[in-house]
Design a protein around this ligand. Sequence first.
Ligand SMILES: Nc1ncnc2c1ncn2[C@@H]1O[C@H](COP(=O)(O)OP(=O)(O)OP(=O)(O)O)[C@@H](O)[C@H]1O
Ligand SMILES: [Mg+2]
Ligand SMILES: [Mg+2]
Length: 531
Amino acid sequence: MLAHARKLAPRSSCLRLTRSYSVRVKDDSRWPGWDVVVGIEVHAQIKSRLKLFSGLLCIYSFGVEGAWTPDYNLPSNTSVSVFDAAFPGTLPRLNPKCVELGVRTALALEANVQRRSAFDRKHYFYADLPAGYQITQHYAPFATGGRVMLEGDEAFVRIKQIQLEQDTGKSTFDSRRKVSSIDLSRAGAGLMEIVSEPDMRSPEEAGHYVRTLQALLRSVGSSDGNMEQGSLRCDVNVSVNRRSEPAGTRCEIKNLNSVRFMMVAITSEVRRQIDLLESGGTVSQETRGFDEEKAETYSLRSKEDAPDYRYMPDPNLPPLLIEEAYVSQMRTKMPELPDATRARLLGLGLSRRDADVLMDVDSGREVNFDGELAPGPVAYFDQISHGRDPKVVVNWITHELNGQLAFREEPFSKNPITVEQMGGLIDLVQSGKLTGTAGKTLLRYMLDKPSGQTADELARELSLLIEDDDGTALQKWCGEAITALPKQADAVRSGNVNVLNKILGHVMKSSKGRADANAARATLLEMLKKK
Ligand SMILES: Nc1ncnc2c1ncn2[C@@H]1O[C@H](COP(=O)(O)OP(=O)(O)OP(=O)(O)O)[C@@H](O)[C@H]1O
Ligand SMILES: [Mg+2]
Ligand SMILES: [Mg+2]
């Protein structure tokens, strides 16, 4: 199966794949002599305001009307249309925004958008699926092929296909009352199923793939891609084989809710399969769950119990036709993808760490109701660093500003400080008119009291500016501090320099942080020596 898969690798990338493969089949000391094969089906919730077919609000992606962030605490069944609840006679109508976000995802994954695709019904019975079937794209998905480059690994994972489908409702079992509750608010929300080829060779590579995919989805604004919150769900297929033997039988692990647990689940599943084969047993194809506490997978159902989904074309939906011109237009609207952003930031002289932190803050940025990305920290950085030292700017954004926002539990999108204000603040500090401490005070003030005033005006208003360059203010603050703390001053005069910090503290306090600590220290020492 693997040999077959490799034969299908895009021609231009064969060289890379061969090279990376030879690197990747290195013996793993955890399981010498064995190859691990992983393929992942990712279900990503589409970040559209409305559901896939019913025109109803998707509160799982957007919260109630007007709110930008998901509200997971809303009462259940608050956003359910007659179609979502499968009332007889109701008909689906495709939400074009979901198609647009799907196409953007396909382009980010270098997949081929199909001119003609179609919707099918996948039948099974479950209480959170009122229609008794899920509308998906089984026979003709809207995008096929594609790949995700794993940065730094010189490897990529091929994408088999991407399909549009409906989400189900949510069922919660209360074991105490022995009652299942059904919430249909999620029913009918749009999902993209992104199916990878079995190209990953270790738990770490699988983790790397999902993280890279998350960053891609967020960069094009098509999904939050958050495993913890359920906006990204992974079914992980794992098999093992002895080196040089064909790929083994796969088991599929479901219900994983973080990348870390996914990697633990793969590791424990690999161990289980190898132990089974080494003791003479065989692996049977099955669906397994993951117990986080025991760090073990357990059987959910075997292949024999697998439902027969009786796929059939949905008679209520015409084929989905996507014109070449539409795809070209989408291509021109594509934002910069994470690899390109990182390379550009490194090119500006940022450290790898700073670039990663900035991009990590950026990954949480929001999409408005029209699916347009709100300008995030990277765009903010780009505008402010124009004509300024990028390293200084990134420091103010990632450490000071983001730190303050995190402290206030506000997302970056709630940052009220304009590009001009932030730039002005940085200029004041860089030119020595404001000390670093006073700059931080000004930043906090700008967050507390958003206004249209410039950084300069605000600093003046708060008397934070170091007005005189000849140091008379500093002399005054130091003199006052020495008078206020005569005992400590005497101690310093008689050689106990440690006590200086007390006097320095007084200077910093009375100057409201305007004094430069180093200059104040030097001035104090000078004054105390003289007397
Ligand atoms: N030998 C293997 N080892 C590990 N993964 C494999 C192997 N063969 C196939 N896979 C992976 O299994 C996944 C199969 O997903 P696909 O959606 O095609 O079918 P499915 O799991 O049978 O159907 P469903 O969508 O109903 O779960 C793919 O991600 C593929 O890469
Ligand atoms: Mg699948
Ligand atoms: Mg599957």
